[in-house]
Ligand binder design. Sequence first.
Ligand SMILES: NC(=O)C1=CN([C@@H]2O[C@H](COP(=O)(O)OP(=O)(O)OC[C@H]3O[C@@H](n4cnc5c(N)ncnc54)[C@H](OP(=O)(O)O)[C@@H]3O)[C@@H](O)[C@H]2O)[C@@H](O)CC1
Ligand SMILES: [K+]
Length: 549
Amino acid sequence: MTELLTSAQMRAIEAAAIASGQVTGLELMERAGRGVVEAIFAEWPELRAGSFRAVVLCGPGNNGGDGFVVARLLKEWGWEVEVFLYGDPERMPPDARVNYERWVGMGEVRDISAKDFSRDDFDRFWQADLVVDALFGIGLARPAPLLEPHNYVLHRLFNDSLWWVGKQDPAKIVAIDQPSGMCADSGRELRDANGEGPDEPYAAYLTVTFHRPKVGHFLEDGPRFCTKLKVVDIGLAGSKFEDCVTSHPLRNGTYLTRSPEADFEAMQRLRRAEGGHKYTHGHAFILSGPSGRGGAARLAARGALRVGAGLVTVGCPAEALVENAARLDAVMLRVVEDGAALDAVLEDGRIGVVCLGPGLGTGAREAGLVAAALGARGAERAASLVLDADALTILSREAGLFGALHGRCVLTPHGGEFARLFPDIAEKLAVPATKGPAYSKVDATREAAARAGCVVLFKGADTVIAAPDGRCAVNSAHYERAAPWLATAGSGDVLAGFIAGLMARGFSPFDAACTGAWLHVECAREFGPGLIAEDLPEMLPAVFRRLGV
Ligand SMILES: NC(=O)C1=CN([C@@H]2O[C@H](COP(=O)(O)OP(=O)(O)OC[C@H]3O[C@@H](n4cnc5c(N)ncnc54)[C@H](OP(=O)(O)O)[C@@H]3O)[C@@H](O)[C@H]2O)[C@@H](O)CC1
Ligand SMILES: [K+]
């Protein structure tokens, strides 16, 4: 499982390794610089060949130290290397200072804050074969001085960079650890209090980070800044933060969701044991809205069925029965007019999960259905719930129903629904990020899950799933898992159905949300461009076959 680290966790791992005598900071820096050079050569093998020209921009901390190592190694490889420094060498941390001195024995260092840069200097920057951004790494705790007018060079450098990206294809801008300006904990760009900044923030072409990806590489704008992410091993032991640092207030890990292949228990659950009957695989009950609005619930029902629930029933008002019957075959139908009718349906203890929200409506009938499903009408409820779309709007209006949420519920809000449900949390996330570590989507989702007392899946290309006990995963549709086609009408309804179907099959709410979201992206990738929501469930058989389910 890939663990995503915060900057504080990364520092704690590094400090523990150094304190144990396993490695020195200088060795780590050397490995980091070497890892960057190897990543560059792996990305552009033609650069191994001979004498190219690099510009290395070093900052005042250890990120800059990595930059000096890269400059030295490239020069030793026969490159022409120009190094620029932002900061005072006298005040550098010791390891960075050592590498500064080593470089000074080999070449010149120009002060990047100097005001005597000419147009030719800028042009030379961007005509280099490679530009290495070693200005700020995980130590960036306030807006990078890229925008301050007196830092004319940086200002121009970063504002011009995109222009040059258009001119030179590809512009080989390599960011060490992270593109300078990005907050490693949130993926947000640190800006001044007025939110001032360039219209088009600079993006690296390749970002090389160390040991483990950081949370910010996968959240919000992080993937757009980084473009392509390479993680290099610098020999730090332990695969998880908890393994490296045994007692620390920051023990709560955040992970990338993973393929069921990598999860023995998930594979066992997805595989159907021989000799079972339909009830062995669970019964999911999907509530639908009135006639003319049933498409969303039918999409969810199709998703639940394809993901392997043994039975799926759509519950709808009597007037919508004919419409639904005309559109559904394997999915069963049942009339459910109101909360009392749902109470009666749920007396059948074999219904393991109820999904409500897609196309449901937000009137009194629907509020009654949410109340019945939550057991807020007094009946004892065994069923788990997936609450999506209109059900979330109802929850945001009715505090009593919100208070009835329990540990077997999953909420699946998109940004707008999240803001209605958790306005104060959404507001914290909307405030411009001026200080690092900035409040992140991971922080927001964890806080929301703790408040709701259930699993919250906060949608996006960076879907974050959190449980009330602090467990957290990011389902990323970025980098090699990019699936831009997933942003299509009805795709969220299918996701709700996947999660409901998996819960019917015995997945815990958190695992169902993680695996459902993972499969959702996989289905989109399996289909590719041109995808519409109806295609998503139909891709599951191919995805399952590939996984060996
Ligand atoms: N951890 C590890 O395991 C490993 C870490 N490694 C590398 O170390 C990097 C982290 O190094 P780091 O901690 O020295 O922080 P870094 O990002 O260089 O910046 C701090 C400096 O910038 C300054 N500064 C900050 N914001 C500023 C601003 N807005 N404007 C102006 N100045 C600002 C800040 O100044 P101060 O805030 O103290 O005034 C300080 O001088 C990490 O990203 C990775 O590349 C690898 O070598 C191998 C293993
Ligand atoms: K950097």
